[in-house]
Design a protein around this ligand. Structure first.
Ligand code: E4P
Length: 231
């Protein structure tokens, strides 16, 4: 499983990238609003993120009709070669995704909750699909079970004819991004059930590294090493 960081905060992205294991970034309008982002700076901000990471950077279209999503998608794709256009899993989103995918513009279909939505995203040419785990938990549903069903269902089919067009004329296979992850336990479950990617908020990413037994073990080693140095 690859790790993406789910944030628009440049300091968090820089820090996460410095750890050496970061494969990409996902953003959304809420995450951009959270850092005080302005509309006039949005494109420039996405370009700055794209300079910090070599991997895919998802930037969301905010249009609701297919023509608007296609127009915004084309503009976003021009910002950097690693931009992925984030498109909601709606009828208009599916139609726009097919057009963008046929132009070789990778799409991350977001706000996906069910197996039929995920299969339709794959059939419309999405490069990635993002099932949301935590938001299901928020309404007392089992988000991890839904994610597992989506991974299983997509694995049942050869989707190689449907995906985003590549420069060599072949089509990319869709990858599942486990999204809306709220804990290291969510991340572990996503890995165990075979999600291709986990997109993780920075605070949760830190929790994926830190463990009380690691901290306690390190403290004990350091203490004992002091004894060795003083012996
Ligand atoms: C995914 O790409 C989304 O940006 C994100 O995971 C949403 O998570 P939330 O439900 O915590 O807002």
């Amino acid at each position: 499983m690859k790790f993406f960081v789910d944030t628009a905060n440049l300091d968090e992205i820089k820090e996460a990238a410095s750890w050496g294991a970061l494969a990409g970034v996902t953003t959304n309008p809420t995450l951009y609003a959270r850092i005080g982002g302005k509309l006039s700076d949005f494109h420039h901000h996405i370009q700055r993120i794209c300079e910090l990471v070599a991997g895919p950077v998802s930037a969301e279209s905010t249009a609701s009709d297919r023509d608007g999503i296609i127009r915004e998608g084309r503009e976003l794709a021009k910002l950097a070669s690693n931009v992925v256009v984030k498109v909601p899993t709606t009828i208009e989103g599916l139609a726009a995704t097919r057009t963008l995918a046929n132009e070789g513009i990778p799409v991350n279909m977001t706000l996906c909750f069910t197996v039929p939505q995920a299969i339709l995203a794959a059939r419309s040419g999405a490069r990635y699909v993002s099932p949301f785990v935590g938001r299901f938990d928020d309404i007392s549903e089992h988000g991890v079970a839904q994610l597992e069903d989506i991974v299983t269902a997509l694995g049942n089919y050869d989707l190689s004819e449907s995906g985003c067009l590549r420069a060599d004329g072949k089509r990319e296979h869709i990858e599942v991004i486990a999204a809306s992850l709220r804990s290291a336990a969510h991340v572990a479950q996503a890995a165990l059930l075979g999600a291709d990617i986990a997109t993780v908020p920075f605070a949760v990413l830190k929790k994926c590294v830190e463990h009380p037994l690691t901290t306690a073990g390190l403290e004990a080693f350091n203490k004992d090493w002091e004894k060795v140095k003083n012996a």
